[in-house]
Design a binder for this molecule. Sequence first.
Ligand SMILES: C[S@@+](CC[C@H](N)C(=O)[O-])C[C@H]1O[C@@H](n2cnc3c(N)ncnc32)[C@H](O)[C@@H]1O
Length: 245
Amino acid sequence: MLVELLHLLVTPVPFAHRRRGHLRESVLLMSRGRRCRSAWAPHLAAARAAILDACDGLPQRRVAVVLGSGLLQDVPLADLAARFARVDLVDAVHLWPARLRARAHPNVRLVTADLALRTDRPDPLAALCGGADVDFVVSANLLSQLPILPLDRPGFVPPDLGNRIVRAHLDGLAGLRARVCLVTDVEQIEEDRTGRVTERLDLLHGVRLGTPDRRWTWDLAPFGEATRHRRLIHRVEASLDWRGP
Ligand SMILES: C[S@@+](CC[C@H](N)C(=O)[O-])C[C@H]1O[C@@H](n2cnc3c(N)ncnc32)[C@H](O)[C@@H]1O
């Protein structure tokens, strides 16, 4: 609790991102990640392996951009920094553990940006990843997160907002010249202690991705984490050279 409070106080973050709830969400995610360290380990290892395999064989390795870099748990930062001339880590919030890890690599840059679709500005992906020297882009367990805060805000929320936000990110990725590695959870499954599925939630709001290269499950909230007798499992998919559904 004290650690969480400290992060809320000392993390440099634009006021708008703090107001939209990005800082709070990041701190909560960090705490859950710590509590569920061993349950999350296979998922994080699978995501890191997918990202590294995705950049194998690239003819040039100038700039790599990681979207949704967060706490760098599923990002093989040292390997990317060794392979590419520059690595840009993009997220709405960079907590101090990620800042300190990034500082260990002189060719790693932190970029603070809101990546969700908004009607009042152009597509953020073109500006962040559209450069002629960008050879590799990773969307790192970000896609399903993009609609969460916009759908949670008070007032009228258009019923198709989640679908539009997901599609906008995918359209942005599909329009890039660089090779794109897309890693995302696609479905949440709630199970009781007998293994019976009690609920399924489409995390991509009706958007289908096409056939992925890899699939695995992420034990997001083991029994006792979210509730005592239910656990949450996320189905994760990775496409190593994603060009569109
Ligand atoms: C599940 S985490 C990804 C995990 C991260 N790749 C890691 O290794 O720790 C989702 C990330 O998406 C970021 N995020 C969510 N909505 C965002 C937005 N609108 N703009 C930028 N980043 C966003 C969160 O801050 C969080 O770091």
